[in-house]
Design a protein around this ligand. Structure first.
Ligand code: GLC
Length: 747
């Protein structure tokens, strides 16, 4: 084993000759030295030659991280599997979902981070078999070896460890501003008129919205990079019309390419050997034939995204869409999902024949049933194809967790290159550590179950730790029928999630904001408008988090010292000034909230103009909360900034409202840029630094505007609503003349 110090607090341990996964961006020219152990762990090989790391756990040791996993925020007491999986049934016992994020924090007297950069299967037993032991097993590859990089990340506390981890793997991509708006989806809005109708309804009901998604049916026969003329007519004209009306279109692109003679994408891929090849696991050889599986289009070839040339080809396929102004996409089914293969079917047919003819007494109905239900995403199939990793043949199973990552990498590259300097938006279902640098992630096929709201709340916190700040679930659940109350409560969580999209499965009940009754439409409208009112706060905070590599959503126990926070997983910090504490149980009209460490300004909100505010000392309280209300809490000596919402994120107002509870002093810096290009990277942005200082029973307020590189101030007036420790409100209004504020008005 070799050890290399990458920075003061990150050490890399290399076992064998690992493949470069692309997960990390921090390189070092420090030479490596030999070493025989990884700190904190004992390492050995099990009987199968899998690598096993073990660590004793102290009684109150917590384990955090692992990104997209079910279970608690504290991962202790369960088993997890890093092996990307298309599983639409997110029931509590499931060990893996669509992404693999093997970064963990062990939090005891000694707190440290661990990142295992291994693209094959990893099984993590976080105190399940034995309560006092964590074991991490890396499954050997086809050559009977485990080659991997392992990183130990130090820091003086959990937040610093995450920050250091993010310097290793990079900050997430910066989406365009519109992506922070509300997004509407359904499988499917199957025609241009259906989409137009949805857009019209948003305007009619006066509900802000920035994007509408196109699921499978916009394509011609599920052929990727085509559009259906029959259902969408002139697609370019349609996209233009929608954009002009303020709606971004987000079409779906799956990896599977339909096997069909004459279909250009297939023909090109086949002619250039761009598809994954069949692989003989026993002989460790490729047959040279394209590997064919079945996905939505039927027989499908799988692009070999592990190959740089293939990524380049795929990237350029987006050009035709970018040219017509469509540079936002979602990449789905990229675990990759395989409904079945010829091998799997043959096996099923043989079993069927044997059971039917009773020629094999060892087989019965249950074998037949298992064969049928095990057809999809079968592990055997993942062992039966391979990649050409720039000259080296690699069995897919050994790098399984990198497939979605490399699809996203290719897509992002194409979208960036062909967007004429505009920011793209990309959403993916599958991911690996590092794909956050290229796109956002949604958490796949959840259900319209109350149980899944709390799953969502915990998962977005864990994903933020792994670099996936721009993340969210299908609201109010993808599968099953949602009820009105679920829509409301889930939206009231979703407005505090960076990615806010309503998406539903085929054949489920409509769940658009107006799908229930007038009262519910009104409540949904208020929640979504509140989200748009928060846009200056969200955009500023998000930009800072990306710039300074710190999560946007943070668990309470990472931000506060109060020991109770360790047990609180359903409240979280949304940026650095606001804590969300959503009601997530059916029929609940209130909930307990713990307010740690300092005073808090509690806001029981119905809409962005409502002001039911009260100041609380640290403690645990029960807050009533009707269905039309939601709870947010502004931290003492910090500021929260709002504006008036419009019909989408393009609406610009010239007034800001700043709300805070100030006992000493508080600051906030509003950040803004054009929201669409990368010009901000070259200094074209503006900042507005606001400072409120308590002076007896009054406040002094200063605002400093910085328009970098000619970027102009749009804000004409700033209204301050500042509460003191006793909950008394002082209002102040500042007029900005040009780029300088007029003298603050004294009370
Ligand atoms: C998958 C996706 C889902 C999509 C469906 C059809 O189930 O997770 O979001 O709607 O495929 O494309």
């Amino acid at each position: 084993m070799q050890r290399r110090q990458l920075s003061d607090n990150i050490t890399q341990y290399t076992i064998g000759k690992p493949l470069d996964t692309g997960a990390i961006i921090l390189r070092s020219d420090q030479s490596a030295d030999d070493c025989d152990r990884i700190p904190h762990f004992s390492a050995d090989s099990d009987d199968d030659n899998n690598l096993r790391l073990s660590k004793a756990l102290t009684d109150d040791e917590a384990i955090y991280g692992l990104g997209e996993m079910l279970g608690g925020l504290n991962k202790r007491g369960r088993k997890y599997r890093c092996y990307n999986n298309d599983d639409p049934n997110h029931t509590p016992e499931k060990q893996n979902l669509y992404g693999s994020h093997p970064f963990m924090i062990f939090d005891a007297d000694e707190t440290f981070g661990l990142f295992i950069d291994y693209p094959g299967e990893i099984v993590i037993d976080a105190g399940f078999d034995r309560r006092d032991t964590c074991t991490i097993e890396l499954t050997k590859d086809v050559h009977n070896e485990v080659n991997t990089n392992i990183y130990i990340i130090e820091g003086k506390n959990k937040s610093e460890i995450i920050h250091n981890f993010l310097t290793l793997v990079g900050s997430p991509f910066m989406p365009p501003k519109w992506a922070f708006g509300y997004q509407q989806s359904r499988w499917s809005y199957p025609t241009a008129d259906a989409v137009r109708d949805i857009c019209r309804k948003f305007r009619e009901y006066d509900i802000p919205c920035d994007a509408v998604y196109l699921d499978l049916d916009y394509m011609d026969d599920y052929k990727v990079f085509t559009t259906s003329h029959e259902r969408f007519g002139d697609f370019a004209a349609f996209a233009k019309e929608l954009l002009a009306d303020g709606f971004h279109l987000v079409p779906i692109i799956d990896p599977g390419v339909k096997v069909e003679d004459g279909y250009a994408v297939y023909e090109e891929g086949k002619a250039n050997n761009y598809f994954c090849k069949e692989y003989d696991y026993e002989d460790k050889k490729s047959s040279g034939d394209d590997f064919i599986a079945a996905v939505w289009p039927g027989r499908t070839a799988m692009p070999d995204f592990m190959n740089a040339q293939v990524r380049q080809w795929w990237a350029d396929l987006y050009k035709q869409f970018c040219e017509i102004g469509v540079n936002s996409f979602w990449n789905d089914m990229n675990e990759p999902a395989l409904f079945f293969t010829k091998r799997g079917l043959e096996d099923l047919y043989t079993t069927y024949d044997e059971v039917r003819s009773r020629t094999n007494p060892g087989l019965d109905f249950f074998d037949l049933k298992d064969k049928a239900t095990g057809l999809s995403n079968n592990r055997e199939d993942y062992k039966r194809f391979c990649h050409d990793c720039d000259g080296q043949t690699v069995c897919h199973d050994d790098v399984h967790n990198l497939y979605g990552f490399n699809m996203v990498r290719a897509s992002a590259d194409g979208l960036k290159r062909h967007s004429h300097g505009n920011r793209y938006f990309l959403l993916s279902r599958s991911s690996y550590i590092g794909s956050h640098r290229y796109g956002a992630v949604w958490t796949g096929d959840n259900q319209s179950w109350w149980e899944h709201i709390i799953v969502h709340i915990k998962m977005i916190q864990s994903m933020n730790m792994c670099g996936f700040f721009f993340v969210g679930p299908d609201i109010p659940g993808f599968g099953c029928d949602a009820d009105a109350e679920l829509l409301v409560r889930w939206l009231q969580v979703g407005i505090f999630t960076p990615f806010l999209r309503n998406h539903a499965a085929l054949f489920t009940r409509s769940q658009e904001p107006w799908a229930f009754d007038d009262e519910i439409t009104g409540i949904a409208r208020n929640a979504i408008r509140f989200r748009y009112a928060m846009m200056p706060y969200i955009y500023s905070e998000y930009h800072n988090c990306v710039k300074f590599a710190k999560p946007f959503i943070t668990p309470l126990s990472f931000a506060f010292s109060d020991h109770r926070c360790k047990s609180i997983e359903d409240q979280f910090m949304f940026g650095h000034s606001v804590m969300a504490a959503p009601v997530h149980s059916q029929n609940a009209r209130g909930r307990s909230v713990t307010l740690p460490d300092c005073k808090w300004l509690a806001w029981r909100a119905t809409d962005y103009t409502s002001r039911e505010m009260e100041v609380f000392a640290p403690g645990t309280y029960f807050f009533d909360c009707r269905l039309d209300q939601f709870l947010l809490f502004i931290k003492e000596d910090s500021l929260f900034v709002m504006t008036s919402p419009g019909q989408n994120t393009q609406t610009r107002t010239d007034e800001l409202t700043v709300i805070g509870l100030v006992t000493h002093s508080a600051e906030f810096t509003c950040y803004d840029d054009d929201g669409t290009t990368y010009q901000y990277e070259h200094g074209k942005y503006c900042t507005l630094r606001m400072k409120v200082t308590a002076e007896g029973s009054d406040y002094s307020v200063t605002c400093k505007y910085n328009a970098h590189d000619g970027y102009k101030n749009r804000i004409k007036r700033i209204n301050f609503e500042i509460y003191n420790g006793k909950g008394e409100l002082v209002r102040k209004s500042i007029k900005m003349s040009g780029d300088t504020p007029e003298a603050p008005v004294r009370r």
